[in-house]
Design a protein around this ligand. Structure first.
Ligand SMILES: Cc1cc2nc3c(=O)[nH]c(=O)nc-3n(C[C@H](O)[C@H](O)[C@H](O)COP(=O)(O)OP(=O)(O)OC[C@H]3O[C@@H](n4cnc5c(N)ncnc54)[C@H](O)[C@@H]3O)c2cc1C
Length: 316
């Protein structure tokens, strides 16, 4: 392991200045659950670690309604809607940990699939340290936070030497472990519109064992229930079955407006074959991943059709 120095900026501007000065020699460190493993194994050798843990503004989880939330606080109050039918916008800061997101009343209400995904990351220790920003920036196709963000059509706020910009989540991931972050940029947080009162959602993950396991396949689902057996506004994303997380647009299209029974749900779930392109690796073969992608989706749909609380309506 090569020696490195650590700097602890007091503001995002200062962090960005250091990142811009040192270029690829500087790495942001948040919870350190990914980065420290890579440094120990000599897969990364930064000269400077930019420890962003003092940037409390990046810890917030808030409902955006033009009022700035207090640092470190969560504001779950109702906002006045300006556009009837459109939900509020929720902002989750990059430093929010998986444990904080999983237990956040704001996220559980607005996007239960994201809370569910965070509740299934690693172990309690990993959930207590690992952050949303770290998960996104690692850009692993198996990152559990990412499929829900695809299904929520979230955007990623980033700041760099040229200022702040917002990138839609699908454009943020450009390849396995490669993101659209430009040199000197860091992630500030993610933003998404809350699911509507008639929306249902679920997140499911298959690992090599039940806990402390990286996903072999995962699926995030959000849709509006228009009848007990039919959905529209269907958004589905699969993790660990392609170089980046992918939207299952063939399946989405087939599901929209279709009245479902278990047989139809099975047939449509099989269309996931067309949307995924997994590889074989130590965690699973290509064929296994393809099968499991279809099965995870099918199971989730069956739960929705049967009204099981395991997959359900937007929390309230
Ligand atoms: C035992 C174990 C189990 C795990 N289980 C899971 C699991 O089940 N599911 C899962 O998805 N992941 C899992 N992980 C991976 C990891 O814990 C998560 O990806 C976590 O969210 C990473 O966040 P972090 O804050 O620790 O990131 P760090 O380790 O601090 O950083 C990770 C990378 O992101 C960059 N980075 C961090 N924050 C920012 C930012 N704001 N802006 C720009 N770049 C940034 C860093 O430079 C680094 O390249 C596991 C890891 C371990 C060690």
């Amino acid at each position: 392991m090569r020696p490195f120095c650590v700097t602890v900026p007091e503001s995002v501007e200062e962090a960005v200045r250091v990142l811009a000065k040192w270029g690829p020699e500087a790495h942001v460190i948040a919870g350190g659950t990914d980065l420290l493993v890579e440094i120990k194994e000599d897969r990364r050798s930064p000269k400077v670690l930019v420890d962003i843990s003092r940037l409390d503004e990046l810890r917030q989880i808030r409902v955006e309604c033009g009022v700035k939330a207090e640092a470190g606080a969560e504001t779950g109050r109702e906002c006045k809607r300006t556009d009837e039918g459109e939900g509020d916008v929720v902002w989750v800061g990059a430093l929010a940990t998986h444990a904080e997101v999983a237990s956040s009343p704001v996220v559980r209400k607005a996007a239960p699939l994201l809370a569910e995904a965070c509740a299934h990351v690693g172990s309690p220790q990993i959930r207590g340290r690992g952050t949303v920003g770290g998960n996104i920036s690692t850009a692993s196709p198996a990152g559990d936070v990412i499929p829900p963000l695809f299904a929520l059509e979230a955007s990623v706020d980033v700041e760099g030497p040229r200022g702040v910009r917002s990138v839609d989540v699908e454009s943020f991931f450009v390849g396995p472990k490669r993101s659209a972050l430009a040199p000197g940029e860091m992630v500030l947080g993610v933003r998404f519109r809350e699911l509507g009162p008639n929306h249902v959602s679920f997140f499911r993950k298959l690992g090599q064992r039940r806990s402390l396991a990286i996903s072999v396949v995962s699926v995030a689902f959000a849709a509006r229930k228009v009848r007990p057996d039919a959905f529209d506004d269907v958004r589905i994303a699969f993790g660990a079955v392609a170089p980046t997380v992918v939207r299952a647009r063939t399946v989405e299209k087939a599901l929209c407006g279709k009245r479902l029974d278990p047989v139809m749900a099975r047939q449509i779930s099989r269309l996931a074959f067309r949307d995924v392109m997994p590889i074989t690796d130590i965690r699973g073969s290509q064929a296994y991943r393809q099968e499991m992608a279809c099965n995870l989706l099918y199971e989730g749909l069956l739960d929705l059709l049967s009204g099981s609380p395991a997959a359900g309506a937007r929390g309230g």
